[in-house]
Design a protein around this ligand. Structure first.
Ligand code: HEM
Length: 509
């Protein structure tokens, strides 16, 4: 009996080690394999602590393609920008985004995705977040930004008085709330309640929403890694419920100006037979996707402009010219600026400054599940076998955004980096003599590329436009260094600063 027990223990142990991936060996033709010292966890602790330095270390050790173990999964990183095309264009039967995304949203938002989700989002986004649809969204955003930023313009107390605020808190607050109101609609008004009361309610409600959102935002990195302690996990669950109620289908039906983007997604999910409680949770997923990055990006953009007076001057001159050419003049007590989509399309210098900001501060991790054994073909002709069940990932921040060969002096903000001398958009970037197609990837690429990218860029530009047209602003301490990046958020989109910066602003006119 003792003998049998020993055999059983041995078999269980071997089975356990096998399940933990201990027996995996590199096969001929596969990329270098680095499992890390801890069974199953592999390198995940170092990866989580600082994804950038970990991946740079692995690249130094193994070259641009390597397989590492991260919490039970084998990830093959492809960090050669000239070879991204092969991954981006790989067929969906081989590399799949949905499976990975579904896993993440279940863990983070308690949301059970359905097969049709991706398609539903694509259709609605193509209709309403670009082209003509964007015209409507731009107007909504404009009206909401003006409500939040200018509602007290002209009040005697505020005339020419400097107001001091923390820049990150200010930018995130305004852009989040205006973005939320533009997508999820406004408080209605009628003969009984005035427009001003409704606008006041929009301001108060969006403020309350932002306050809770920031709590969730802080929990997010550890929630996504599945390492929140129980108390914090309960807090995250409470917040998920709060947002699902706040954004529920029933509530949305009572609002005015709800965007067609949100409306169409809700309708399509209802038609696909999804339970209303689940659609409500999806409304929070979309709030997260649409509002978690734009606010932080607007902070970096304003900060870089303030730290680079030549950039600020160039952007300001461009904006003043566009306003003048539109025949409008911003005056105290005069009508509010009507900033149209057409005006926003005449700002190449601002466009370049936005792209440069995103290059320096947006760091998504693009991940695909490997559905079949496959071969990755590199630009230099090498080939690697990849196993079914593994994952393939790209971290463009280190592979392209800060590659000094593609972007010389990569850690400096150069507002005209993406401008040709004739002020057209610069798209020619080279590595080892080859043209790099994916020279920045803040929006991801291929099937999972951000469907909100045109709207997001517009939001950033509208915010900066209004700041420059209506206010003068400056850092409280102009010599203050640009804050560092909070490393916990590598891989999740726009990075956040590790501290805030004080600035002040006052009306220009
Ligand atoms: C500066 C702002 C933004 C950045 C940097 C950004 C970045 C990204 C990235 C990198 C992805 C792909 C993630 C992946 O491949 O795993 C993504 C997905 C997504 N983004 Fe954005 N985004 C921004 C703003 C927006 C806005 C304003 C909206 C909507 C109005 C939006 C809606 C979405 C949605 C719905 C997805 C998921 C798409 C899918 O499942 O296929 N994003 N975003």
């Amino acid at each position: 009996r003792v003998f049998l027990l020993r055999i059983f223990t041995l078999v269980a142990l071997i089975g356990g080690l096998y399940a933990l991936g201990e027996f995996r060996r590199r096969r001929p033709g596969e990329p270098p394999l680095d499992k890390g010292l801890v069974p199953w966890l592999g390198h995940v602790l170092e990866f989580r602590r600082n994804t950038l330095t970990f991946l740079e270390r692995m690249k130094q050790k193994h070259g641009p393609v390597f397989t590492v173990q991260l919490a039970g999964f084998y990830f093959t990183f492809v960090q050669d920008p000239l070879s991204f095309g092969a991954l981006v264009k790989a067929s969906r039967e081989k590399l799949d985004f949905n499976k990975f995304a579904a896993h993440l949203v279940r863990r983070v938002f308690n949301y059970e995705a359905i097969e049709a989700d991706h398609n539903i989002l694509q259709i609605s986004s193509n209709k309403h977040l670009k082209g003509n649809g964007l015209e409507v969204m731009t107007q909504a955003m404009m009206s909401n930004l003006q409500n939040l930023m200018l509602y007290n313009v002209g009040l005697p107390a505020d005339k020419k008085t400097w107001m001091e605020e923390a820049l990150f808190a200010y930018c995130y607050n305004v852009v989040f709330r205006a973005g939320y109101l533009s997508l999820y609609g406004n408080e209605p008004f009628d003969s009984k309640s005035s427009e001003e009361t409704a606008r006041e309610k929009d301001r108060a409600e969006s403020e309350a929403l932002f306050y809770e959102f920031r709590k969730y935002d802080q929990l997010f990195p550890n929630l996504a890694y599945g390492v929140l302690p129980p108390g914090k996990k309960r807090e995250a669950d409470r917040l998920t419920d709060y947002f699902s109620n706040f954004l529920s289908v029933q509530k949305m039906k009572t609002r005015d100006n709800i965007s067609r983007w949100i409306w169409d997604v809700q309708q399509a999910q209802e038609e696909a037979g999804m339970k209303e409680s689940m659609i409500n949770r999806h409304m929070f997923v979309l709030l997260w996707a649409s509002q978690g990055n734009t606010g932080p990006s607007s902070f970096w953009l304003l900060l870089f402009l303030m730290k680079h007076p030549e950039a600020l001057k160039a952007v300001k001159e461009e904006i003043d010219k566009v306003v003048k050419e539109s025949g409008q003049e911003v005056q105290q007590g005069g009508p509010l600026l009507n900033l149209t989509r057409e005006m926003l399309m005449k700002t190449p210098i601002l466009d370049s400054a936005v792209e440069e900001t995103l290059r320096l501060t947006v760091a998504p991790l693009l991940t695909r599940a490997v559905l079949q054994d496959m071969t990755i073909k590199m630009a230099d002709g090498r080939q690697y076998f990849i196993r079914q069940g593994d994952r393939v990932a790209v971290f463009p921040y280190s592979a392209v955004h800060i590659d000094p060969e593609i972007h010389p002096d990569p850690h400096s903000f150069k507002y005209d980096r993406f401008l040709n001398p004739d002020r057209t958009k610069k798209t020619d970037f080279y590595k080892a003599g080859n043209k790099v197609k994916y020279y920045t990837m803040p929006w991801g690429a291929g099937v999972s590329m951000c469907p909100g990218r045109f709207f997001a860029t517009n939001e950033l530009k509208q915010f900066v436009f209004l700041m420059l047209v209506y206010f003068e602003f400056e850092l409280k301490n102009p010599d203050e260094n640009i804050p560092g990046i909070d490393f916990r958020r590598w891989g999740f989109g726009t990075m956040q600063p590790d501290r805030d910066v004080q600035f002040r602003y006052r009306l220009r006119h």
